[in-house]
Design a protein around this ligand. Structure first.
Ligand code: ADP
Length: 438
């Protein structure tokens, strides 16, 4: 950044120096031209009076060495010249200044020498008798002035460039230093952006910083939870298998221990499956193709699957509503309905009900799963969607819960662009409604 600002400042300084120099040369040369022409004009008027009086042009005057005087007849024939032999001179009628003087009374011209190093200024004036008097003066051309002045110009430019380099470094340092200071303490909320234009940038960085910290914390917590959740069944499996291996367990106990091992191994499998599923959903955040899925048919399949299990616990499952198509992923929607219905059964009471409804409102299709179970106390209602958060850990574990079901549900709902609403009353039941985009 420093380098860029430096480069820009130096570019600006260089261009400014160059443009200023060129403009100055052009302006001064313009003034110089006007001055020379003005002098020639005054001289011509004085000369006119003298020639009219004397009848000839002044010759051999050392004061007039720099000025060449030519006198021409009305037809362009040279009558007299202060510097050259008249007989060798051609007709001057085609000269711009002469033609202009005959036409308008006065004429001017500037001609450049072949080498471009000298300019000749001409001023011509019409006499009363129709003849034309011309004064000419040779000066250095703008190029030659530039060449002569080049060493001085070079020194000035070099000096100004050195000053520009110094100033641009100082300015850049002055501009960037507060930003560097701010960057060092960007994480702290007390540091204010030095330039108000940087406020949105600083806020975004801060927000990202906070998000990174938050997700690092969530990840850390998740890893700790996973380790803990895996450890418990593994300890049980290890303990029972050790007992069987050592031969301490009698035949009947061995069968019971093997049953415990099997139960905990299944628990582990369910847990690992849920963890894998969550991490898949995490990485599936990218846009996956959506298909048209009939919510009612999907719910029908899940209700049929869980009904027998529910009836064993004397819980009646019903499905109501009408076919509704949503844009989504069939497998995810099945998982969503399964997890919600499974919870509605596991956290229910004997003789309770689970009512699944698929319907449509003005905003779009919806899915409702309502149970008459134990309910969720208000202080837990927001947190049950966190990974491994459980209101009653014992009940969750004894019914085969992993604490990840609702986290998976939340993921799926977000992926579908849907909205989830939970209403629950302790001891009376819970209703979860998911509204899909119309
Ligand atoms: P779990 O595998 O423990 O059921 P979930 O993520 O599915 O994990 O649910 C988180 C917690 O929310 C559960 O442990 C339970 O305490 C509570 N919960 C979920 N669904 C219901 C429900 N229908 N009725 C009462 N409590 C529920």
């Amino acid at each position: 950044m420093k380098r860029k600002i430096n480069q820009y400042l130096l570019c600006i300084a260089g261009m400014t120096i160059l443009i200023t120099l060129l403009s100055l040369i052009a302006v001064f040369y313009g003034i110089f031209q006007r001055q020379v022409m003005g002098d020639l004009r005054t001289f011509c008027y004085l000369l006119k009076a003298s020639v009219q009086r004397e009848g000839e042009i002044p010759q051999g005057d050392s004061n007039l060495e720099e000025i060449r005087i030519t006198w021409m007849d009305a037809d362009g024939t040279v009558l007299a010249d202060s510097n050259a032999d008249v007989d060798e001179m051609d007709n001057h009628l085609d000269r711009t200044e002469i033609a202009q003087a005959i036409r308008e009374g006065e004429g001017t011209a500037i001609r450049r020498s072949d080498t471009m190093s000298r300019d000749t200024f001409y001023y011509a004036i019409l006499m009363e008798d129709g003849s034309v008097l011309r004064a000419a003066r040779e000066t250095d051309s703008i190029w030659s002035i530039f060449q002569t002045a080049f060493p001085a110009i070079f020194l000035v430019v070099a000096g100004m460039a050195a000053v520009s380099v110094f100033v641009s470094h100082a300015v850049t340092r002055h501009l960037v230093k507060p930003i560097e200071e701010m960057a060092k303490h960007l994480g702290s909320n007390t540091v204010e952006p030095v330039y108000k234009e940087l406020a949105p940038f600083v806020n975004t960085i801060r927000q990202q910083h906070e998000d990174i910290l938050r997700s690092a914390h969530i990840r850390q917590e998740f890893t700790a939870n996973v380790s803990h959740e895996l450890k418990t069944p593994l300890t049980v499996i290890s303990g029972y298998s050790e007992l069987i291996q050592s031969g301490i367990a009698s035949g009947e106990d061995a069968v019971r221990f093997a049953g415990e091992i099997h139960k905990n191994a299944s628990r582990l499998l369910t847990l690992i499956n849920d963890i894998i599923r969550l991490s898949q959903l995490d990485s599936d955040d990218r846009e996956m193709a959506k298909e048209a899925v009939d919510l009612y048919q999907t719910a029908r399949g899940i209700v049929d699957l869980l009904k027998v299990n529910a009836e064993k616990q004397e819980i009646a499952m019903t499905l109501g509503g009408s076919p509704q198509t949503v844009a989504g992923d069939r497998r995810m929607l099945e998982e969503l309905i399964y997890n919600l219905c499974d919870n509605a059964i596991r956290y229910n009471k004997r003789g309770g009900t689970v009512a699944v409804t698929v319907g449509h409102t003005a905003e779009g299709p919806f899915l409702s799963i309502k149970d008459t179970g134990i309910g969720i106390p208000p202080e837990h209602q927001q947190r049950v969607f966190e990974r491994f958060y459980r209101v009653d850990k014992g009940r969750s574990k004894s019914t085969g819960g992993t604490g990840l079901g609702l986290a998976i549900v939340k993921h799926i709902v977000t992926w579908h662009g849907a909205e989830l609403k939970l209403e629950s009353e302790e001891g009376k039941g819970t209703e979860i409604v998911i509204r899909f985009p119309g």
